[in-house]
Each structure stands twice: as structure tokens, then as C-alpha cells.
Write a protein that binds this ligand. Structure first.
Ligand SMILES: NC(=O)c1ccc[n+]([C@@H]2O[C@H](COP(=O)([O-])OP(=O)(O)OC[C@H]3O[C@@H](n4cnc5c(N)ncnc54)[C@H](O)[C@@H]3O)[C@@H](O)[C@H]2O)c1
Length: 496
């Protein structure tokens, strides 16, 4: 990378094209001329040359992985518990804005007989002190979305690998920042897309790799989960609650942006099956949203009942249901849907369609060969034949440890096993930023009557030669699962 892409962005904004750094790719509240965005994306692409290919990159092995956590709310506290079951993990530091959150995870470590971790809490910037600790290998980030890119970039600059919750970035500018930083520092930057490790998703990935579906031609994914009540859940001192999402950060996202804000759960497993960034790449997308038919009414009800909600009065919420269509360079299509505010059973769809067969996960797992759905007894044979090695190795234990039925644990175990054995990670920085960037691109398309928009090639052409990642543990797989005194199961089945 000979960049100076960041300087380029500065001059682009001076020249009047300034939306990249702070405007439409972030919020898309105003309509920008379509040509403007295309010019900016094109110039950004030209300004970036890959400095080092992080796809397939194997960092030096770390027999002991010393971990610091930032963000110990719902998700982060569960991650501390899961990692405590994995051989070779030392939980060295705990960080959160809130003292109670840090103390909660510290007490957990105490109860299971682990050494105390260093504590960092009290203000919005204290996490930097944690990241600067010299003796940490991995920073595990579970904060609200606005912090992900800043924290990840700083952690890599401080010589740490990064594992960060979804989505990894909110803007295209943040995406390039992480690509550049990962390439420059040669530190892993993995987005924790746990749905890639769910049982049916891994099964269909292995089936695709073994040609069951023929050539893959189309995939569908979604994040459809009614979070209306949780998003409007307010902090309540009398119950010592900071709200379902601390400080209502998730409602803020839904009140300031309009598009598919959370694309990665549905998209990640499909992108892996299609070998995106590893033989194919996303070329362009188009996106369309409905109006908001629920959130504005909930807001009005709540404003009438409770003065707390006054600050949300007349907020302009995103359209409830978004559909985004992506076309790849090899001529395949992906449909991704998103709705967190109207009533419907939970779904990530996960539909894989090839020239010979297809599979779909929601509302019910089904697999077809030719024009017929397979019968239940045939499905058993499919599971016997195509269950990948990673599930055979840790699937049962993962179900016991929990975390969305086990997939969270499979993901964490695999991450740690790769770091301990010096193996490339399954999801590299290019995957994380690409899957996340569907959000700002969809925002732009929605704001511009669904006009199509190019998807940046964050691999700078290396997608042509990058190799698919392994799920059959040809190497590695040596990390044991520890016996830990069992905490009460926070078995949350639907991914949030
Ligand atoms: N992969 C999944 O299945 C899944 C499920 C749930 C949440 N998530 C993701 O996990 C992340 C956290 O979600 P959550 O539900 O745990 O939210 P949460 O509100 O329960 O927790 C967020 C935590 O971050 C802390 N925080 C905020 N700003 C901070 C700062 N500057 N420094 C340190 N700590 C800070 C908050 O105090 C809080 O404890 C989000 O990115 C979300 O999208 C992923």
C-alpha cells in the first residue's frame, strides 16, 4: 500500500465531494448525486494498493493467548465465560464504561478459581489504557457499533490481534482504515460472525465444498428478529438496569440510518459458501426499504406515557423491512433481508441454491436434490456424510457450553486454536469489512431510489488467487476444551 488514502479523503472533502469522511456513507440522511459516490469509490480504490495480503496470513503461534475484553454487557460477559472453557486462554484484562459490568465478569473469574484480571472502567476512553498493556495478545471487543473500528484500529496499532463483534465497521471509510491497519501491522482483525459456525451453516458449507449443490448460483440470508421491545427498553435505576442495550445505543442506530444495518449474520455463511474474496467478489448491489410502520407509533405511545421518551419525539426511524440484492463478478446473486421492528418469527433464511440442489434453514431445515425435497431419513444420511470435522471435534461440547445453541463456542474455540497453532483465521479483515460495508452501501442505495452502487474490492484484486479457508481441521485442532465449574446457562437461542 503506497496510500495516502486518508490524505486523499481529506482532499476529496475539500474538493466538495466530502461525503466519504462524515456524510452519506455514514448516515445517508441527504440524497447525493449518484455520480458523486461512484467517483469517490473509484478514486478511493485507486488510492489503495495492497501492502500485504492478510488473506491466508499465519501469524506466529501463541501457545498461551492473553486476552483483554472491552465491552462486558450482554455479549461481552458471555464471551468471558465461553473463553474460560478453552485451553491456553488467560483472561488478563476486563474493560467497560460501567464498573458494575467489569465487576460482574471479575466475580465470574473468581467463582471459577481464575486469577483476577486487571480492571478498566469509568470513562469512554479508559479502554485505551487496557489496549496499551504490553502483555496482551488479543483484544476481544463487544461494545456498541460506533466504537468497533476505532477500538480495532488502535488495538492493532498497539500490536494486538483483534476479534470484534458484528458489524466490524459502519462506514466505507472505517473499512479502509481497518484494511490498511491490518496490512501495515500484520495483526489479525477478525469479525466475530458466529453464524458462520452454526451447525446447518457449516453442514451446507461442507456440502457446497463437496459439490452436492452443483455450481452455486444464488444465496439468501437475513436478520429478521423482532427487537422492538428491547430497542425501546430504557435504563431504569430502580432496577439497576442500563437498558436492554446500554444507553439505548441500538435504537439510536435505527433512528439515524436507513438500510440494512445488520447484514452480516445472514450474509457471512452465504459469502463463505460462494467463496467471496476467494475466487469471486461482490460487484454491485441495489437496496430498497419499506416505510416505518411500527417504531414511530411505539415512540408516540411511550412519549404519552413517560417523559423519559421525550427526547425521542419525532425521531425518523428507518424503514422496517429492507431487501438488498448483490451481484457477484461471476454472475451469482445474493439476497439479504433485514427487519428488527415488526412481528415475524425469527429467521436468517440461509438459502443455498445450486445447479443440482438446494438447502434452506428457516423456517425449517430442508434439503433438495433435483426437484424433490429429501425425506427425513435421507437428511440423517446427509448429516452423517457431510458433517465437517470441526463439528465432530467440538460440536457436542459447544452445545453444552452454549451461546446461541453452541455456535458461539465453536467460533471462539476455532479462533483460539488458530492463534495457538499459528494458522490463518477463517474470517480475515477483508471478509469483516466487506460483509459490514453492505450496511452503508445499502443506506446510500435506499436514499437514492435503489440505484445500484459498486461494492469496493477491499482485497485489491487478490480475491482472484486467495484460497478458501479450511473447516475440516487438516491442520490445528489441538486445543482442548476445559472442564469448568458450570455457570447457569444464559442459553440465548436467537442471535441478537
Ligand atoms: N454475534 C451475535 O450474535 C451478537 C449478539 C448480541 C450482540 N452482538 C454485538 O455485540 C455488541 C454488544 O452488544 P450487547 O448486546 O452486548 O450490548 P450491551 O449494551 O449489552 O453491551 C455493550 C457494552 O459496551 C459498554 N461500552 C459502551 N461504550 C464503551 C466504551 N467506550 N468503552 C468501554 N465499554 C463501553 C457498555 O457499557 C456495555 O456494557 C454489539 O456490537 C452487538 O451488535 C452480537
Amino acid at each position: 500500500m503506497k496510500t495516502n488514502r486518508r490524505n486523499f479523503l481529506k482532499s476529496a472533502s475539500i474538493a466538495g465531494a466530502g461525503a466519504v469522511t462524515g456524510g452519506f456513507l455514514q448516515g445517508c440522511s441527504s440524497k447525493e448525486p449518484v455520480t458523486n459516490l461512484h467517483q469517490i469509490l473509484e478514486a478511493t480504490r485507486k488510492a489503495h494498493t495492497q501492502r500485504f495480503n492478510m488473506s491466508g496470513y499465519a501469524a506466529p503461534p501463541l501457545p498461551v493467548v492473553k486476552v483483554g475484553f472491552i465491552g462486558l454487557g450482554d455479549r461481552g460477559s458471555g464471551a468471558v465465560q465461553r473463553l474460560s472453557y478453552i485451553e491456553g486462554v488467560e483472561i488478563r484484562a476486563l474493560g467497560d464504561l460501567r464498573e458494575a459490568a467489569v465487576k460482574g465478569s471479575q466475580h465470574y473469574l473468581e467463582r471459577i478459581g481464575r486469577p483476577p484480571a486487571l480492571e478498566f472502567y469509568g470513562n469512554e476512553e479508559i479502554w485505551k489504557k487496557l489496549v496499551e498493556l504490553p502483555d496482551l495478545d488479543l483484544i476481544y471487543i463487544c461494545t456498541p457499533w460506533v466504537w468497533h473500528a476505532t477500538m480495532s484500529a488502535y488495538a492493532m496499532e498497539q500490536g494486538k490481534h483483534v476479534a470484534c463483534e458484528v458489524p466490524l465497521v459502519r462506514t466505507i471509510d472505517e473499512a479502509w482504515l481497518l484494511v490498511e491497519t491490518s496490512e501495515k501491522t500484520r495483526k489479525h482483525c477478525m469479525m466475530l460472525e458466529n453464524c458462520c459456525y452454526d451447525f446447518f451453516e457449516l453442514l451446507t458449507l461442507n456440502m457446497a465444498r463437496n459439490g452436492f449443490f452443483g455450481d452455486i448460483i444464488h444465496g439468501e440470508g437475513a436478520y429478521i428478529h423482532n427487537l422492538l421491545g428491547m430497542n425501546f427498553n430504557k435504563p431504569d435505576d430502580s432496577r439497576q438496569s442500563d437498558g436492554a442495550y446500554t444507553g439505548m445505543w441500538r435504537l439510536k442506530e435505527n433512528a439515524t440510518r436507513n438500510g440494512n444495518l445488520y447484514p452480516t449474520h445472514g450474509l457471512g455463511p452465504i459469502a463463505q459458501i460462494m467463496n467471496i474474496n476467494r475466487g469471486d467478489r461482490m460487484e454491485y448491489l441495489t437496496s430498497m426499504s419499506t416505510n416505518d410502520f411500527t417504531m414511530q407509533f411505539r415512540e408516540k405511545e411511550l412519549v404519552e406515557q413517560d417523559p423519559f421518551y421525550e427526547s425521542w419525539k419525532n425521531a425518523k426511524f428507518r424503514g422496517n423491512f429492507n431487501t438488498t440484492l448483490i451481484r457477484t463478478v461471476l454472475g451469482k446473486t445474493i439476497k439479504i433481508q433485514h427487519d428488527v421492528s415488526s412481528s415475524q418469527p425469527y429467521s436468517r433464511i440461509h438459502l443455498v441454491k445450486g445447479t443440482k440442489g438446494m438447502a434452506v434453514k428457516y423456517p425449517q431445515q430442508k434439503i433438495a436434490l433435483g426437484e424433490d425435497w429429501l425425506k427425513d431419513e435421507d437428511l440423517k444420511e446427509i448429516w452423517d456424510k457431510y458433517t465437517p470435522e470441526i463439528i465432530k471435534r467440538v460440536g457436542e461440547m459447544a452445545r453444552k457450553v452454549g451461546g446461541h445453541g453452541g455456535m458461539d463456542f465453536i467460533m471462539d474455540w476455532r479462533l483460539i486454536d488458530c492463534l495457538r497453532n499459528g494458522l490463518p483465521l477463517d474470517q480475515d479483515v477483508y471478509d469483516g469489512v466487506l460483509w459490514s460495508s453492505i450496511a452503508p452501501l445499502s443506506e446510500w442505495s435506499v436514499a437514492n431510489r435503489s440505484q445500484s452502487i459498486d461494492v469496493p474490492d477491499f482485497t485489491c484484486g487478490s480475491w482472484k488467487t486467495n484460497k478458501p479457508h479450511g473447516i475440516n481441521l487438516e491442520t490445528g485442532g489441538t486445543t482442548q476444551v476445559l472442564e469448568v465449574k458450570r455457570e447457569k446457562e444464559s442459553m440465548q437461542l436467537n442471535v441478537r
